[in-house]
Design a protein around this ligand. Structure first.
Ligand SMILES: NC(=O)c1ccc[n+]([C@@H]2O[C@H](COP(=O)([O-])OP(=O)(O)OC[C@H]3O[C@@H](n4cnc5c(N)ncnc54)[C@H](O)[C@@H]3O)[C@@H](O)[C@H]2O)c1
Length: 337
């Protein structure tokens, strides 16, 4: 039996933003048609707060695939010259159970997470949106900007803030145009890209806000938010994480990627516990909105929120597309197992 192995550099050669956005939309639709299954997450702490791992997995019936992404966090790895966070994706053929590929997970995670944030905006934000605000200036933030510019090339202004380190936001913004050009072939010379100086002012000016920090306290207050704003909440992917005022959920149009995981561990977790929103107020999963089975924004005044904790199904679909292109281009190593 043969299987293709793709390193980080191989993955970068075969993963592009637009096809991943399409693959992620397909996964959401498969989930909306009950053709996708998310299996329970396995989480194990080797040494609490120091080293842990999680296995997220699932089955895409329609695509005939199953697989998993295993991510480990070993905080003392730097001393050993290794990254703290490591991850790999395995894809299997659901008709035979045979493994199809093993891929480094970091780059695919970034691209598919960017795609998730942008798809939330595509289906829920106002079509005339011109100003994007990214809360967070870390690894994921670049992918969020790249995906948004792929779906919303009409954006005129992009603000980036780092709630705990303003200087980091400034250097992020300074290097962003080159990184977008090198990594995604995106030219931002006609767009104003700025580090946010005043959070309240920036929030009130923004049409679309993507939150992508590991914050455990709300960083965006309801009174700063203008009517009609869309939020894609990406950073909160574990119980206890929270980025926006829970009061924003009251009266908002709220969609999720996976209801179970968002209630347990998404931005929704705390507003639900605080009774700011009830489970029955969740408008649905994004797949039902894409399929036209649920109603999204109906006025330019509504606040819309897309809560996405991420699903391994996205990694599996993006990894399969990468494996196909890698086969076509002869990239990676084929190993006998
Ligand atoms: N939903 C998903 O599918 C998905 C996928 C990948 C990552 N994530 C989550 O996105 C978040 C960001 O990931 P990343 O890889 O960009 O992280 P990162 O560490 O590279 O960057 C985090 C950013 O947030 C800032 N920050 C750090 N601690 C903070 C705090 N307590 N409050 C406010 N800001 C803080 C940092 O200064 C930085 O700007 C994490 O919570 C991660 O788990 C979600």
């Amino acid at each position: 039996m043969k299987m293709r192995v793709l390193s980080t550099e191989d993955v970068k050669k075969v993963v592009e933003m637009k096809p991943v956005i399409e693959a992620v939309e397909q996964v959401y639709m498969q989930k909306g048609r009950n053709e996708a299954v998310v299996w329970p997450t396995v989480f194990y702490e080797f040494e609490p707060g120091v080293s842990d791992m999680d296995i997220k997995s699932g089955y895409l019936k329609d695509a005939g695939l199953f697989g998993h992404k295993t991510v480990s966090l070993f905080t003392q790895n730097q001393e050993k010259g290794l990254p703290e966070l490591l991850g790999c994706i395995m894809v299997f053929d659901a008709a035979t159970g045979a493994p199809l590929g093993l891929l480094d997970g970091s780059y695919i995670t970034g691209v598919r997470t960017g795609a998730a944030g942008a798809i939330g905006a595509k289906y829920l934000a106002r079509k005339d949106s011109k100003t994007l605000f990214i809360l967070g200036a870390g690894h994921q933030a670049t992918f969020q900007v790249a995906a948004m510019l792929t779906e919303f090339p009409q954006l005129e202004t992009i603000y980036v803030a780092d709630p705990i380190d303003h200087e980091n936001a400034v250097s992020f913004v300074n290097s962003l145009p080159q990184r977008l050009k090198d990594g995604f072939g995106i030219d931002v010379s006609g767009i104003s890209v700025r580090a946010a100086e005043d959070l309240a002012e920036t929030v009130s000016e923004s049409d679309i806000i993507i939150t992508v920090t590991p914050s455990k306290e709300p960083r965006i207050k309801k009174e700063w938010v203008s009517p009609g704003t869309h939020f894609s909440c990406i950073g909160a992917d574990m119980a206890g994480k929270e980025e926006i005022d829970p009061a924003l959920f009251a009266g908002a149009v709220v969609f999720v990627d996976d209801k179970f995981h968002c209630i347990e561990a998404g931005e929704l977790e705390i507003p639900l516990k605080k009774d700011m929103i009830k489970e029955e107020d969740i408008a649905g999963e994004i797949g039902s909105l894409i399929l036209g089975d649920a109603k999204g924004r109906i006025s330019d005044e509504q606040i819309t929120i897309y809560d996405a904790t991420g699903m391994a199904l996205l990694d599996i679909a993006a990894a399969k597309a990468a494996l196909e292109l890698a086969e076509e281009k002869g990239i990676g190593q084929v190993v006998e197992i």
